[in-house]
Design a protein around this ligand. Structure first.
Ligand SMILES: Cc1cc2nc3c(=O)[nH]c(=O)nc-3n(C[C@H](O)[C@H](O)[C@H](O)COP(=O)(O)OP(=O)(O)OC[C@H]3O[C@@H](n4cnc5c(N)ncnc54)[C@H](O)[C@@H]3O)c2cc1C
Length: 387
């Protein structure tokens, strides 16, 4: 595999760099470097404007096919954009769930009307989405969802509870897994519904996190409604679609995040230098290991992410998720060690936020244990986990 960039890719990089510095050194300076882990609750309105600015100039949905309003950019071009985004200090994206999870799901599984209705809002940065999968008794065992939807004329009526719903307090729409046939085997009675959030039957209760902020919520449905046309895939066939979304969540949508890790490692290294603890041989090893892991992640992503763009969960998806989540947690631990005692005593350094937030990386999007189960079965051919 040739990992050098072509002249065309270098031109693409120059365009992206110029566009980003124009905005982030100018009218959007306020959001530069903001909205990352531990800071994701801040500057929401400003970051919404940023989302729309990205959308206006076609920087959302880079990898989506041109026929659906994307740029059809290759994985290398997407990587280049994210590299430049991270280098320029682009802010944490409020539209990440729409762009990374729901958009590709609609492109792959949605009907034409859904593509026309929902893709432009994501591409334009005007509609924010959240993900209604997890419930108190359905996380790793997602097929156990109990939130139910019942047909009433040309609407579905939804009752139940979701939990850990990131961004629910900001989102205009949610994609929600509901049980639509209670008599069917558990994977077969689920549908994938798109539902407006601003309506009387939905109540959102914030959950305070270890960071002291509330990025996620409990979401209660009590007779909330959505039109029958808003089912993605078949009624009772939502499991396949749900797994497609998870493949996107664990795959290419993580590219940008990986490049943020580079910025974090740079900040940790600079701090270690400033603190004068780079002479500690163990710390030096850990910094070097982190740098190596980032290179591995990058090349692994370029080699394997194309396999993940088809909405199918594979062992590669699990390897990728397990590797980056474990890496980021180690990076958080390294950050806190470099910060020293101040890091755990009310320090508001962004690096302390990285440590706290990275505790979640090995849980959301499928926990490490679940990824290891998949790898055990699909890569090593071990006997299936007893169910
Ligand atoms: C920061 C954050 C954001 C999130 N955002 C969202 C969101 O926007 N929308 C949404 O729907 N959900 C969201 N989640 C929820 C997330 O998807 C779940 O937390 C995750 O799927 C794990 O489910 P659980 O919390 O119910 O844990 P459980 O499934 O109860 O697991 C508890 C522990 O048991 C282990 N375990 C469970 N089953 C097995 C098994 N078969 N083999 C081995 N070990 C097992 C797990 O690995 C874990 O360590 C978010 C979670 C976090 C932390």
């Amino acid at each position: 595999m040739d990992l050098r960039f072509t002249a065309e890719q270098e031109r693409f990089r120059a365009d992206a760099r110029a566009w980003l510095s124009d905005r982030l050194d100018g009218p959007f300076e306020k959001v530069r470097g903001r909205g990352g882990p531990g800071d994701e609750h801040d500057l929401f309105d400003e970051r919404c404007e940023w989302e729309q600015e990205l959308g206006r100039d076609g920087w959302i949905g880079l990898g989506w096919p041109a026929e659906y309003g994307g740029r059809g950019a290759s994985l290398v071009e997407q990587m280049i954009f994210y590299e430049e985004y991270a280098r320029a200090g682009g802010p944490g994206r409020v539209g990440i769930v729409g762009e990374g999870l729901l958009g590709p799901t609609i492109v792959h599984f949605g009907d034409d009307a859904q593509k026309r209705r929902f893709l432009p809002g994501i591409l334009g940065g005007t509609e924010i989405w959240c993900q209604g999968y997890s419930e108190p008794d359905a996380g790793s065992d997602l097929a156990n969802v109990q939130t139910r939807a019942e047909r009433d004329g040309d609407e579905w009526v939804v009752t139940g509870q979701k939990v850990w719903t990131s961004l629910a307090h900001w989102a205009q729409w949610i994609f929600v897994l509901c049980r639509t046939d209670r008599d069917a085997p558990k994977h077969k009675g689920i549908s994938y519904l798109l539902m407006p959030m601003q309506q009387p039957g939905i109540e959102i209760r914030p959950i305070v996190q270890i960071t002291g902020h509330s990025e996620f919520n409990e979401t209660f449905f009590d007779g909330a409604r959505t039109h029958v046309d808003n089912v993605v895939g078949e009624v009772n066939g939502g499991w396949r679609v749900a797994m497609g979304t998870l493949a996107f969540e664990r795959g290419a949508s993580t590219l940008g995040q990986q490049l943020d890790f580079e910025n974090e490692l740079r900040a940790v290294t600079d701090l270690a230098r400033a603190n004068g603890n780079t002479s500690d041989p163990v710390l030096r090893q850990r910094l070097a290991d982190a740098w190596i892991a980032l290179r591995i992640m990058r090349y692994h992503a370029l080699r394997t992410l194309p396999m993940m763009e088809h909405g199918t969960l594979t062992r590669e998806t699990s390897i990728h998720k397990l590797f980056w989540a474990s890496f980021h947690q180690r990076l958080g631990e390294l950050a806190i060690d470099v910060l020293g005692p101040a890091g755990v005593a009310g320090n508001d350094s962004p690096l302390a936020g990285v440590f706290l937030y990275s505790r979640a990386d090995t849980i959301y999007g499928g926990s490490n244990e679940i990824q290891r189960n998949v790898i055990g079965e699909q890569a090593l051919g071990l006997p299936r986990e007893p169910r």
